[in-house]
Design a protein around this ligand. Structure first.
Ligand SMILES: *Cc1c(COP(=O)(O)O)cnc(C)c1O
Length: 370
């Protein structure tokens, strides 16, 4: 961390490439794509997509048309699917980007077909069917209507039939097997095309969930999405911030806004340069009777005390065997503080921690061979 920096987000691109290869091996002979929506889960699509592509990834998923344009600008021959499909007015951006919408209703199929006829070309398309998540996708009734009218798909080149699992993070939840069977059934009603059902958690449920293509996001970025088997991935993200000041407070000394935490003994409190404006959740605050998040300083896990504020957090460093002083570096995410732990301590999930990490941290990319 350079002297002028108070916070650094380190992204290990070699670890992302390793994770993609490990997942690709795990699901072979199925293909492994990569979900790079939300700026590659906040890590920076401009660096992440080229690293994945160098590792061998050819198929990418984004959420929005604008993200698709960004992805195709980075890799003009990649297959880019737009998970949010075709909302009214989105077609021109998707067409210009050369991306493939995941069509989620008969209305979307009709609209995309009209564009295909206008252009006089069969347009690459994915059909998103709803196997039970009830979020996006054609419900069974619409799939049946579509099956009865094959000419509706004539203007389109259906390259993928997909669906998404609701509860794949819990390997004991019977909903996944039910969705898998519903997906098989809906898929058989449609023209033959490659299929995709699983994200990071679903691909750990085993081969019946892999179909032709899997769509991990979180696992590529080092996350453990499944509550069952551990994905064969390594951590990608570390986050460090500076200790700005260390102070002594006496017994009953209050720390931070509203005096939400007060000391039960004479304490040393370190103030660290990261806050909710940096995406460090305010729900990681600790009061006198409720634990919050933690940070790692000199190898010791130490508790946050008081409220997380916009730019600062306060940490009780009394029990750190090595004296904590101004300028020391605290680890906020890293091997000892995985995304899942940081999320749980803030009452949320690692996904939200990752995608909210702020723009104020200096971003350092390691391991891209450049
Ligand atoms: C976000 C998303 C994914 C990737 O999910 P992860 O849990 O991050 O692997 C896959 N498919 C769909 C439809 C999604 O919305």
């Amino acid at each position: 961390m350079s002297a002028a920096e108070i916070g650094v987000l380190r992204v290990d691109l070699a670890a992302i490439a390793h994770n993609w290869r490990a997942l690709a091996d795990h699901v072979a002979p199925a293909e492994c794509g990569a979900v790079v929506k939300a700026d590659a889960y906040g890590l920076g699509i401009a660096r992440v997509l080229p690293a994945l592509s160098a590792a061998g990834c050819r198929t990418f998923f984004v959420a929005t048309p604008r993200e698709a344009a960004e992805a195709r600008a980075l890799h003009s021959t990649a297959r880019v699917f737009v998970l949010n499909g075709l909302f009214p007015g989105a077609a021109d951006t998707i067409l210009a980007a050369g991306a493939i919408p995941c069509l989620a209703s008969l209305a979307e199929i009709e609209e995309w077909s009209a564009h295909a006829r206008r252009i006089g070309a069969r347009l690459a398309s994915a059909i998103h069917v709803d196997s039970g998540l009830h979020r996006l996708g054609l419900p069974a009734g619409e799939v049946a209507r579509l099956a009865a009218r094959p000419e509706w798909l004539e203007p389109l080149d259906v390259v993928l039939i997909m669906s998404h699992l609701a509860s794949a993070d819990d390997p004991n939840d019977p909903a996944s097997a039910a969705q898998q069977q519903t997906f098989e059934r809906l898929r058989e009603m449609l023209p033959a095309a490659p299929a995709s059902l699983a994200a990071s958690d679903g691909l750990m449920l085993g081969q019946p969930y892999h179909f032709d293509l899997v769509r991990p996001g979180y696992a590529l970025y080092g996350g453990q999405a499944s509550g069952g088997a551990r994905a064969p991935v390594v951590p990608v993200v570390s986050l460090y911030a500076r200790v700005l000041q260390v102070r002594e407070v006496g017994t009953r000394g209050q720390v931070g806004y509203s005096g939400a935490w007060s000391a039960s003994r004479p304490s040393r409190i370190a103030t660290i340069a990261a806050g909710y404006a940096d995406g460090f959740a305010r729900t990681a605050s600790a009061t006198t009777d409720r634990r919050g998040g933690s940070v790692l300083i000199h190898g010791s896990l130490l508790p946050i005390v008081g409220r997380v504020s916009m730019d600062l957090i306060t940490v009780d460093v009394t029990d750190c065997p090595i004296l904590v002083t101004r300028g020391d570096i605290a680890e906020l995410i890293g091997p000892a503080l995985p995304l899942e732990t940081v999320g749980a301590e803030a009452g949320t999930i690692g996904y939200e921690v990752l995608t909210r990490l702020g723009r104020r941290f200096e971003r350092v990319y390691a391991g891209d061979g450049a």
